[in-house]
Ligand binder design. Structure first.
Ligand SMILES: Cc1cc2nc3c(=O)[nH]c(=O)nc-3n(C[C@H](O)[C@H](O)[C@H](O)COP(=O)(O)OP(=O)(O)OC[C@H]3O[C@@H](n4cnc5c(N)ncnc54)[C@H](O)[C@@H]3O)c2cc1C
Length: 289
């Protein structure tokens, strides 16, 4: 799938389903990830995104794993962050994504490296995701669809919701074609976010990001990292499962299923699933939907 095909799909009436992979560190884990990706491919998944390691740690593996996903027939969105990169390096990576046959790129600022609290750009680098959108557009033209991150509960560093929305609108004005959101567990947060974004002039598709929860431990870790709010009701249902792993997974899938049904009924363009390199949750949700 090329960028035009991907963008047409995002705007089509039938909901888009995408899945997110992260590039594993060992050859065995890469093989396992690709085996999971191969299971999902025949089920109507529209595209796969492949993350970029914090601190730029997986720059090579993002490209390599993304190429393998292209070979499996996926439309691939490669994530890219500004962390530790000069402009020239970022331009080289945009060229490499085009060369690898990626359909698009998710332009992100990235988080500060471990141990640092504030984001510091490379001396010849970029300060905001908005700058990377501009660079990707200038370098890749229309050959790559360009997406950006959105935060229904607000980005943790944002002083307030209004500035968060202003920066989102700036990313879109800089040339972003679509928004993928941070995970959230309450659809009202997405609904309110989309309404605020539309009022701020953001007219591109806003794809909701859903984490099918596997366990209480996992969701607490994810919420600590992303600062997403874990609703007390979901937490209580997971706690009630005790140590039962399959019971916790069932609770997580039921919650994700209800969320997705609600989102599609609200007119969301589809759903982006944070599957943590495991096909089983997406298979279950697609069967139910
Ligand atoms: C869907 C999704 C996928 C992600 N994938 C990855 C990944 O693969 N690898 C990874 O390392 N991280 C990833 N992240 C995390 C992301 O890098 C962090 O959330 C990071 O802190 C912010 O990135 P951003 O692109 O939103 O930055 P920005 O949009 O630049 O925003 C960062 C902060 O700066 C503020 N800001 C933005 N523009 C301006 C401006 N012009 N002036 C002043 N302030 C501004 C924002 O309000 C926000 O507080 C992902 C996040 C999401 C939601």
């Amino acid at each position: 799938m090329n960028s035009a095909g991907f963008l047409a799909r995002l705007r089509a009436p039938a909901p888009v389903v995408s899945v997110e992979f992260f590039p594993p560190k060992t050859p065995e884990a890469v093989a396992a990830m690709l085996a999971e990706a191969a299971k999902l491919r025949p089920l109507g998944i529209d595209y796969a995104s492949i993350t970029y390691g914090a601190g730029g740690a997986t720059r090579g593996t993002t490209l390599a794993a993304g190429k393998e996903l292209v070979a499996l027939g996926y439309g691939v969105i490669g994530h890219l962050t500004c962390v530790g990169h000069s402009r020239a390096e970022l331009e080289g990576l945009v060229d490499a994504y085009v060369g690898a046959g990626f359909a698009g790129l998710l332009a992100l600022r990235g988080d500060p490296p471990k141990g640092e609290t504030a984001f510091r750009p490379h001396p010849d680098g970029l300060l905001h995701a908005e700058d990377l959108v501009r660079l990707a557009r200038a370098r890749g033209g229309e050959r790559l669809a360009v997406g950006v991150a959105g935060f229904p509960e607000g980005h943790p560093d944002s002083p307030d919701a209004a500035s968060d929305l202003r920066f989102l609108a700036q990313k879109v004005r800089a040339g972003a074609d679509f928004v993928t959101t941070q995970l959230f567990f309450d659809n009202d947060d997405y609904l309110a976010y989309v309404a605020r974004a539309r009022a701020a002039g953001v007219d591109v598709p806003i794809l909701p990001g859903i984490l099918p929860v596997r366990s209480l431990k996992q969701v607490r870790n994810f919420c600590a990292l992303s600062k997403a709010r874990l609703p007390r009701e979901l937490e209580a249902r997971l706690e009630a499962c005790g140590d039962g792993e399959s019971a916790q997974l069932r609770v997580g899938l039921d919650w994700a299923h209800a969320q997705i049904k609600g989102l599609l009924a609200m007119g969301a363009p589809g759903v982006h699933l944070y599957i943590v390199n495991k096909a089983d949750t997406a298979i279950d949700l697609l069967r139910r939907l």
